[in-house]
Ligand binder design. Structure first.
Ligand SMILES: CC(C)(COP(=O)(O)OP(=O)(O)OC[C@H]1O[C@@H](n2cnc3c(N)ncnc32)[C@H](O)[C@@H]1OP(=O)(O)O)[C@@H](O)C(=O)NCCC(=O)NCCS
Length: 228
């Protein structure tokens, strides 16, 4: 069976911040107030407000009444009785919300930073195969490949929702299309199958979405959606 993933991009600069703020819970408002960097505060308020609007469509509830809690490792969720699964990523002016039913999901967007010492980072944290792949590319190509790998790994970590039971440096995401990974949380004996794939995000960013799969042959359909 194919799982569906809905993707909701957020243009943070065009979010109605007053409306967003009005839907936040007390806890979220305190969290926003505690963020001292105005840009980071705006990103949190805009994305959480838009997340509430998106979830209201699936849950048929008004945005302000949706009970968003967080797992001990910080992954936001809507409670165990609901089958709605979601994840959020934000970077600079770009936010992205991914929603699926029943399957654990993770999403990530990363801006390309040409000044980062990508080969040093890759040598320490990527697999030898990934490192060799980056070394074989031109300098521009290696920057975009580096951020794709990074984004795929982050999306997988965020789908699992906690630290991985196995080492992150052993998580190989080299490939194209849907890439399969067997992962476990810390403390879990059994592994679960996740698929991760790149997303079409604006120039200068990398993006990826990861989802837990019950059947290793099944991949997910992606549907891009926009809030009116
Ligand atoms: C928690 C973590 C996944 C967040 O990722 P990030 O790139 O810093 O930030 P993003 O914008 O993509 O995601 C932030 C959102 O993820 C969600 N989030 C927070 N903790 C999470 C968790 N444990 N699992 C899944 N999602 C989580 C939240 O919605 C958060 O947004 P909010 O604070 O506005 O509510 C990240 O800090 C982390 O620990 N990553 C693993 C580290 C690593 O080794 N990565 C591999 C790269 S080589």
């Amino acid at each position: 069976m194919q799982t569906n993933i809905d993707l909701w991009p957020i243009d943070i600069d065009s979010v109605d911040l007053e409306r967003a703020e009005a839907t936040l819970s007390e806890t979220e408002r305190s969290r926003a107030t505690a963020i001292t960097d105005p840009a980071a505060q705006k990103i949190f308020t805009a994305c959480r407000g838009e997340l509430r609007r998106v979830l209201s469509i699936y849950l048929d509830m008004t945005p302000s009444t949706i009970p968003i809690s967080t797992t001990p490792s910080g992954k936001p969720e809507v409670g165990s009785e609901s089958n709605v699964r979601f994840n959020v990523s934000h970077s600079e002016e770009l936010g992205l919300i991914a929603v699926s039913l029943d399957a654990e999901i993770g999403v990530d967007v990363q801006p390309h930073d040409p000044d980062r010492p990508i080969m040093d980072i890759a040598k320490r944290f990527f697999t030898p195969r990934e490192y060799e792949h980056l070394r074989s590319r031109s300098s521009d190509d290696s920057v975009s490949a580096f951020y794709s790998f990074w984004s795929r790994k982050e999306a997988l970590v965020k789908a699992v929702g906690s630290s991985l039971g196995s080492s992150l440096t052993g998580l190989d995401v080299l490939g194209a299309g849907w890439i399969m990974a067997k992962l476990s949380k810390v403390g879990e004996d059994s592994t679960r199958t996740f698929g991760v794939t790149d997303l079409k995000v604006p120039e200068g960013f990398a993006g990826a979405v990861a989802i837990e799969l019950t059947d290793s042959d099944a991949v997910a359909d992606l549907t891009w959606r926009t809030l009116s």
